[in-house]
Write a protein that binds this ligand. Structure first.
Ligand code: ARG
Length: 462
């Protein structure tokens, strides 16, 4: 590709060590698409006749169909590979393809195409996971569970309310990806090696051909920018963190100590040593893989931060973490929706846990404050009532009215109705609260959005 200026051959070890083909071969389809787009632009600029363009397109499409290419030992990178193979297909005409372009703009373009597709696939997988969570929440009805702060029981919440937490996270993850996609959807072709193509190319031709919104506005930026890769890996890392939290909760809740769910057998493993075990390998792996996703984002950030403008070969090292993040999230999303859909909760155990341990203390304090007791005082009275309960091994609803009145005269008969499980839920009657009507509305809203926002579809139309 560039041997003209050199007298000495390359050191053999160096030659093989610096090759990117062992991993960038997977950009083949994108490299071909981008090459066809470029061929059309140079035809319009008069470099190719329309007959030559036709021949070149056919040759390129034939190259795209090649199988088992990864072990090729001749090609330095995917760009070199396509050029070599195209020459086999159409002879010397292939050598015209590189007119007015540089590998620097090509790799920037291929990576954008790869990531755009990875984003679309991720959004599709996320939609499936969101749907599974919503259906699980619908099936939970008015089932309750304890919520935790500091991993200490806090207040009862609807199981559906808990599950919708993850739907909120998914909504943010999807919006981050869609947003990143919009920002990256510009075409570097025509940027040349650094300063712009040396041909009077109409850059809008290639941009339109590849479904980009427009050409990139600055050639130095276009050839050195990997923000789109950084943003992608960062968005995926954040998604990985959310998946890891979900995995951690399920791992915990499936223990005998919590007993909130039976792990689905189809997604669990046994122990070769201890016959009684059912291990949560799936959730553990999810948790582990999030570390790997964070690693990809960290690699990208570290790689980019010290680079002078514009292209530097360091950028070649940015490909593998992107591929790895895309493969890892695709793998995760190939199991997560089905795993989620198969979860079976032990609502009886969840309810018992929600009803014990004074989880209605907050509702009790609210009762007193509704009677005009300042909240700080109400808090103190209920604290005293809890202590009495702890000493005599009873929940608040089992203390007698006389006992309660000896703590504060504001307690009345209606206290007991104010601290039932239902009342304890329903006193959180605000937008985003766990009152039953609020959760029903949130769930209906989420259900509607499944139908309305199938972002991957609209994204793919572009
Ligand atoms: N394989 C190279 C990469 O991934 C392609 C660009 C090479 N450009 C260059 N000036 N050596 O970055």
């Amino acid at each position: 590709m560039w041997s003209g200026r050199f007298r000495e051959p390359l050191n053999k070890q160096f030659e093989s060590w610096q090759r990117s083909f062992p991993f960038d071969w997977r950009l083949l389809a994108h490299e071909v698409e981008a090459s066809i787009a470029h061929a059309r632009a140079i035809e319009a600029a008069g470099i190719l006749t329309s007959a030559e363009l036709l021949q070149m397109e056919q040759g390129l499409r034939a190259v795209a169909k090649l199988k088992d290419i990864a072990s090729n030992e001749q090609a330095e990178d995917i760009h070199h590979f396509v050029e070599l193979e195209l020459t086999k297909q159409i002879g010397d005409l292939a050598l015209k393809l590189h007119t007015g372009r540089s590998r620097n703009e090509q790799i920037a373009t291929d990576m954008r195409l790869f990531i755009r597709e990875a984003i679309d696939n991720t959004i599709e997988g996320l939609s499936a996971w969101r749907k599974a969570l919503i259906e699980l929440a619908e099936a939970a009805g008015e089932a309750v569970m304890p919520s935790y702060t500091h991993l200490q029981r806090a207040e009862p919440v609807l199981v559906a309310h808990w599950l919708l937490t993850y739907v909120s996270m998914i909504d943010r993850d999807a919006s981050r990806l869609i947003d990143a996609r919009k920002r990256m959807n510009l075409c570097p072709l025509g940027s040349g090696a650094i300063a712009g193509a040396t041909l009077a190319l109409d850059r809008t031709i290639a941009a339109a051909c590849l479904n980009f919104d427009a050409p990139t506005p600055n050639s130095m930026d276009a050839t050195s920018d990997r923000d789109f890769a950084l943003e992608f890996t960062q968005a995926i890392a954040t998604l990985g963190i959310h998946i890891s939290r979900f995995a951690e909760e399920l791992t915990l809740y499936s223990t005998a100590e919590f007993g909130f769910l039976d792990l689905p057998e189809a997604f669990s493993t046994g122990s070769s040593a201890m016959p009684q075990k059912k291990n949560p390998d799936l959730t553990e792996l999810l948790r582990g893989k999030s570390g790997r996703l964070l690693g990809a984002a960290t690699t990208l950030a570290t790689l980019i931060k010290g680079l002078p403008l514009a292209y530097n070969k360091d950028l070649q090292e940015g490909q593998e973490p992107v591929f790895d993040a895309a493969d890892t999230i695709a793998g995760i999303l190939s199991v997560l929706p089905a795993f989620t859909a198969s979860l079976k909760f032990r609502y009886d155990r969840m309810k018992t846990a929600a009803e014990t341990g004074y989880l209605n203390a907050m509702a009790a304090a609210t009762y007193l404050s509704n009677k005009g007791v300042p909240f700080r005082k109400a808090h103190e009275h209920i604290g005293n009532a809890v202590r009495l309960g702890l000493e005599t091994n009873r929940e608040l609803e089992h203390l007698t009215l006389d006992e309660l009145r000896s703590i504060s005269p504001e307690f009345g008969e209606d206290f007991y109705a104010a601290i039932t499980l239902e009342a304890t839920l329903d006193c959180h009657d605000v937008i985003g609260g766990t009152a039953r009507t609020r959760v029903a509305a949130a769930l209906a809203d989420a259900r509607q959005r499944i139908a309305a926002d199938i972002p991957s579809e609209s994204a793919k139309l572009k």
